[in-house]
Design a protein around this ligand. Structure first.
Ligand SMILES: NC(=O)c1ccc[n+]([C@@H]2O[C@H](COP(=O)([O-])OP(=O)(O)OC[C@H]3O[C@@H](n4cnc5c(N)ncnc54)[C@H](OP(=O)(O)O)[C@@H]3O)[C@@H](O)[C@H]2O)c1
Length: 264
């Protein structure tokens, strides 16, 4: 890829939401680095995207739960000066109770949903801050603020990503580096092939297409949002939630036990 275009790195670009980000970001003039485990699927996305938009695309086969592979993506993020956007999209979540979940599945979810995005952000951020330019888009989930008995671990990882993203926004407030966290609800992707619960088990009326999801998320990005809830029609609900959160935090700063905990 020898060009002067900005580069967007998209993890989990071999299917679903990530593949649509590839198309939309190429349409916006980015060259791309597409990261995932399935090289053949990455090649398909790359070919289709390059044909449609004529941008430079590099594919990087990497399992982000494997140390050497994750380190190779970190190296790329640290070394390529053209990288202007990181989309932390790769994520998974076997749906099971915490007790019943296999160790391998729990470890993979923590590694992919928490460790990998954190390390990739830490790898790319110094350059972005130095140049005072660029953005990070983290793909969270509405499960960040809702835990069902079979989503405990997945929900907790997405809560982490929400808090991490909001904290970063505060850190970067004096810079022009943007952080957006996108919180999708049910979206029609292969995600459900891996969760253990098929997409067909959900109300089709509550499921969004990947194209609508990514287009809405990018509209939120363009509007300067730091938290984007593509399926929530009343934006005031998030504002009220944030106000309640901040009021609650303020109310913790008393230094005194609350009267309800006083010994009789
Ligand atoms: N679909 C939904 O309803 C929904 C709702 C809320 C949030 N989300 C979030 O949206 C994001 C994208 O998921 P999706 O719905 O588009 O599902 P998807 O089609 O299954 O895409 C997941 C992507 O992550 C990649 N991936 C999985 N494990 C990986 C690993 N170990 N290393 C590197 N890449 C890996 C997959 O590629 P390979 O298999 O080729 O590695 C694939 O490209 C996830 O973070 C998910 O939590 C989805």
């Amino acid at each position: 890829m020898s060009s002067s275009k900005p580069v967007a790195v998209i993890t989990g670009a071999s299917s679903g939401i990530g593949a649509v980000y590839a198309d939309r970001l190429a349409a916006r003039g980015y060259d791309l680095v597409l990261v995932a485990r399935r090289a053949e699927r990455l090649r398909e996305v790359s070919k289709k995207t390059a044909t449609r938009h004529g941008v430079g695309i590099r594919i990087l086969k990497a399992d982000l739960t494997v140390e050497a592979d994750l380190a190779s993506v970190e190296d790329l993020l640290r070394s390529d000066d053209r990288i202007a956007l990181l989309v932390n999209n790769a994520g998974n979540g076997k749906l099971s109770s915490t007790v019943d979940m296999r160790d391998a599945d729990a470890n993979a979810t923590l590694a992919l949903n928490v460790v990998a995005p954190t390390r990739l952000v830490r790898a790319v951020l110094p350059k972005l801050v130095k140049r005072n330019f660029g953005a990070i888009i983290n793909i969270g989930s509405v499960m960040a603020f809702h835990a069902l008995p079979i989503t405990t671990l997945y929900s907790a990882t997405k809560s982490y990503l929400l808090t991490f993203s909001q904290g970063l926004k505060g850190e970067l407030a004096e810079t022009d580096v943007r952080v957006q966290v996108v919180l999708p609800a049910g979206t029609a992707t292969e995600f459900y092939d891996h969760t253990g619960i098929p997409l067909s088990a959900f109300d089709p009326a509550a499921i969004m297409t990947t194209e609508n999801l990514v287009d809405a998320a990018l509209a939120g990005f363009d509007q300067g949002e730091d938290v984007t809830l593509p399926s929530v029609h009343d934006a005031g609900l998030w504002a009220a939630y944030e106000t309640a959160r901040s009021t609650l935090f303020g109310a913790t700063q008393t230094g005194d036990p609350a009267p309800r905990y006083a010994a009789d």
